[in-house]
Design a protein around this ligand. Structure first.
Ligand code: NAP
Length: 291
């Protein structure tokens, strides 16, 4: 039986509608959530991502500040900019668009962002909190996947979830969030010899590899829920995922399309984290007023 589509555009829109109300409330309290986005160099894909983020901020009424640098920027200059944004009360969230040029150490830069403004959820403190199941900013893509599963009422407790990919920004945190929902989690990656043997056991399969249409229907158990994080170009230069949608949709119970699945959720959760950060700030202000 063909699978049901998990529509990230619709689910994302519904979350954004809620965000609009939260932003209105913040505005009534004299607060306008603010996001600073730093773009280094002229990577074409990064430019598109950054412009989409700005457009979404504008739609929602979130103040956004774009800071661009040439590719020859030094790590010191970048960190100095981050420090001034850390101290800027108009900024609730700071995002450094990755990847960065080779002369800049990504981990030094991400660690320079104040954890309370780290709306991408990449600061080691926030990653640690996520591992411990504490309240924190969750990395936007895995957070978005969890929302897709929640809105689609996919039961995770006791299910076998397989995550293909173990990057810091997608695969690793993805497995942790699934584990927190009581799934039994298996990670597979490029060194896993028996990939298909494992994916065929998956009740929920999250694919975050970056290889167009790698996962075909012979990797899928009947009725599995398949989430495709991949964003690639096919032989006709059309956007496609890591999953061969046409064949897999005949076997899966639920599937995300590309585009229109995980992609819209990543930006939505960035907005959610930014609004959350402004709300945290408001809560703190109220607490100090009451002292
Ligand atoms: P990444 O850092 O390149 O990680 C890819 C992972 O896939 C690695 O863990 C790698 O294993 C594993 N891998 C590579 N080839 C494999 C194979 N043949 N079999 C099994 N595992 C394999 O990529 P990423 O940043 O996680 O992104 C993954 C994909 O998601 C990309 O297409 C990216 O564009 C997309 N993405 C989409 C969104 C969105 O909003 N939709 C957000 C972020 C990323 P090793 O660790 O062993 O090398």
């Amino acid at each position: 039986m063909p699978s049901a589509l998990i529509n990230g555009k619709e689910i994302g829109q519904s979350i954004r509608n809620d965000l609009t109300k939260r932003i209105e409330y913040l505005n009534e309290q004299g607060i306008s959530p603010g996001l600073a986005v730093i773009l280094v160099g002229d990577n074409a894909a990064s430019k598109v991502y950054v412009s989409n983020k700005q457009k979404t901020c504008e739609e929602l009424g979130i103040y956004s500040q774009l800071i661009t640098f040439d590719a020859n920027l030094s790590e010191h200059e970048l960190i100095t900019t981050i420090e001034s944004l850390n101290a800027d009360p108009a900024i609730d969230g700071i995002l450094v668009q990755l990847p960065l040029p080779k002369q800049i150490d990504e981990s030094n830069v991400l660690s320079a962002i104040l954890p309370s403004k780290d709306v991408d959820g990449f600061h080691p403190i926030n990653i640690g909190k996520m591992m411990l199941g504490q309240d924190t900013f969750l990395p936007c893509t895995p957070y978005g996947v969890m929302k897709l599963l929640e809105y689609s009422e996919v039961e995770l407790s006791g299910k076998h979830a397989v995550v293909i990919g173990r990057s810091h920004i997608v695969g690793k945190p993805m497995g942790q969030l699934l584990l927190q929902k009581d799934a039994t989690v298996t990670y597979v990656h490029s060194k896993t010899p028996n990939l298909k043997e494992i994916t065929l056991q998956a009740d929920v399969l999250v694919v975050a590899v970056g290889k167009a249409k790698l996962i075909t229907s012979d990797y899928i158990k009947d009725g599995a829920v398949v989430i495709d994080v991949g964003m690639n170009r096919d032989e006709n230069n059309r956007l496609c995922g890591d999953v061969d949608f046409e064949s897999v949709k005949e076997k899966a119970s639920y599937i995300t399309p590309v585009p229109g699945g995980v992609g819209p959720m990543t930006i939505t959760m960035l907005m959610e984290n930014t609004v959350q950060s402004a709300e945290n700030e408001l809560r703190q202000d109220k607490r100090s007023e009451n002292r």
